[in-house]
Every structure is written in C-alpha cells, then in structure tokens.
Ligand binder design. Structure first.
Ligand code: UDP
Ligand code: MG
Length: 312
C-alpha cells in the first residue's frame, strides 16, 4: 500500500477547513481502489482565527488529519516547505485551502504518476477569470520578463497545486534556501513533468491574502532568486555611460581645438540635467547591488524557515 501526503497551507482559513476536508474526502473511494492511503497535513501559518481549533476538531474524528502550527506567520513558501519536510508519503500533493485547487483533479493526477510514469503533475489555470484586469496584465508581463531572464522554466498561470513523487520532493527539500520561490524551484529541479489545465475557480470563502504590492514584491523576489540579470544590466549601464562620456570628451576637445567655444559658460542647465540623470542611474544600480546583498545577508544568517509551535 502506498501513502499519499496532502499538504494544505492555511492562513486564517477558518471558513474553508471543513469544506476542504469534505471535498478532499470525496476521493476516498478512488484512493481505496488504487490501494493508496492518505495523510492530510494542515500547516497553520500563524492564523489568528479558528483555523487551528477546527483542524484539531478534524483530528479528533479522523487520525489521518495532522496539524503543524507555526509560532507566527512565515508565509506560504515556508508553510509548503514545512509540509514537505513532515510528509512521509510516496506521493505528495500541495493544495490551497480555499478550494481553488480542486481536489477532484487528484485521481487524474495520481494516474499520471502511477500509470504514465511521470515524476510530477502540475496544474495551471488557462484563464484569469475573476481577476482584476490590471493584475492579469502585470502578471503576464512578469512571466514574459522572468522567462527571458532565467533558465528555470516558469509557466504563466501555474499554481502550486502539484503532485510529486518522493524523489521529486527530496530534490525540493535539498534546496533549503531562505528566499524561496517555489514556482522557480519546481522548474529548476527538472524531472519528467506533466501539465494539467483547468479553468480558474474563484476562492470559495474568505479573502485572498495577496495585495497588488505584495504580488509585486513577490515578482521581484522571484526574479532575484533565479536570475542575476539585473546585476549584469547594472554593469551594462556603467559601460554604456562610460562610452557616452568618452564620446563627449572627444567632441568637446575637437570643438575647442577647431572652432573654439566663445560661449564657454552656457550649458549650465544641460549640465545639471546630465549630472542628475547619471547620478540617478548610479543610485539605481547601487540599489540593485544592495538588493542582492541583502538577500545574501539573509541567506548567510541561516535562520530557520519557520518555527513550529504545535504539532499533531
Ligand atoms: N497562505 C499561507 N500563508 C500566507 C498566505 C497564504 O499559508 O501568508 C495560504 C492560504 O491560506 C491559502 C494559500 O496559501 O491556502 C493561497 O493563498 P491565497 O488564496 O490567499 O492566494 P491566491 O489563491 O489568491 O493566490
Ligand atoms: Mg486562493
């Protein structure tokens, strides 16, 4: 008999815990028929509501339900890592608590691994129905940019909803970096991967935890985690401005030697513009270096990704 571990990161999901369980358990007959047992690991990411007590209630009824509760909110990336770390299954799936990752897809996903020989089955939504247009626009631009900049394949609309084999999970666990960007990590580890597509489903209850700026910061983190292109761009800008400056020096010297410049004093305004512009570019580039330095700083500190308060 094989074991399937389902990891469910939850942050203030009191309205969704029971609904999720009910929906998940509908697959029980299928699991039985394919000789698969399951464990359901809810990772409470420092919720302030009744999430923990509801998971405990489920655990009373059904011992296959487990809880890992963090001491505070560490973010979904940490919650996923904690779940993967605790999972014992031969197959492991990560799914959101808000039912945006339909548990009804699980049989198809499991078959792709057991019968078709894939190492992981990932899902992507084919449309962004129900999302503000401005957010969809920026999301699409982000995927275009990041795929130009990095080698890890990062797919537009990909969700974290993914079923993996033990080997795949071990590969992910071996990447213990502090600044985690799972969408990139999944692509980076390789293996044989199948994509399933489904229509976007709106969150059942509660609210999304992502504001526009949170997503924006996440996008920047993603690019920095998988690419050093911004650093190369800073060097490129430096070389570019050196060449421009050199050309200007030659032009000024040649003019001085040939026609001379009777109005040597004019040009104050353009000088100020040039100085402001170039120092702006310099600060921008120092900023990029600073961002990478700060990430390196956090990485070097080697702090734990999460702190567990309670486990069931
Ligand atoms: N989540 C989490 N920690 C956080 C934010 C979110 O564990 O800091 C969980 C959340 O409970 C949900 C999943 O991650 O199960 C996806 O979050 P959400 O639905 O807010 O994101 P969206 O689906 O809008 O991308
Ligand atoms: Mg959601």
């Amino acid at each position: 008999m094989k074991l399937l571990s389902a990891i469910v990161p939850c942050f203030n999901e009191q309205e969704n815990i029971f609904d999720f369980y009910d929906e998940f358990i509908k697959n029980e007959a299928f699991f039985k028929s394919s000789d698969v047992d399951f464990e359901l690991i809810f990772v409470d990411d420092g919720s302030k509501d009744e999430t923990v007590s509801r998971v405990k209630e489920l655990n009373e009824k059904d011992k296959r339900v487990h809880l890992i509760s963090f001491s505070r909110n560490f973010g979904k990336e940490s919650a996923m890592y904690a779940g993967l770390n605790a999972s014992k299954g031969d197959y492991v799936v990560i799914m959101d608590c808000d039912l945006q990752d339909p548990p009804a897809l699980l049989p198809e996903m499991l078959k792709a691994i057991t019968e078709e020989g894939y190492d992981s089955v990932a899902t992507r939504r084919v449309n962004r129905k129900g999302e503000p247009p401005i957010r969809s626009f920026f999301a699409r631009q982000f995927y275009k940019i990041i795929n130009k900049m990095t080698k890890a394949e990062i797919v537009d609309g990909a969700r974290d909803y993914r079923l993996m084999t033990r080997d795949f999970v071990n590969a992910i666990l071996s990447m213990g970096e502090y600044n985690r960007f799972s969408k990139g990590i999944f692509g980076w580890v390789g293996f044989k991967n199948k994509w399933l597509e489904f229509e976007n489903i709106e969150r059942k209850k509660g609210e999304t935890k992502w504001s526009f700026w949170k997503l924006f910061a996440y996008a920047i983190d993603g690019i920095m985690a998988f690419s050093t292109a911004p650093l190369a761009m800073a060097s490129f800008l430096g070389v570019f401005f050196c060449i421009v400056a050199f050309l200007f020096i030659i032009i000024v010297m040649v003019r001085q030697w040939t026609v001379g410049d009777p109005n040597n004093t004019v040009g104050w305004a353009s000088m100020v513009c040039i100085i402001l512009f170039v120092s702006g570019v310099q600060l921008f580039c120092v900023g990029i270096v600073g961002q990478y330095l700060s990430k390196t700083y956090l990485e070097v500190k080697n702090r734990p990704l999460y702190i567990v308060k309670e486990e069931l």
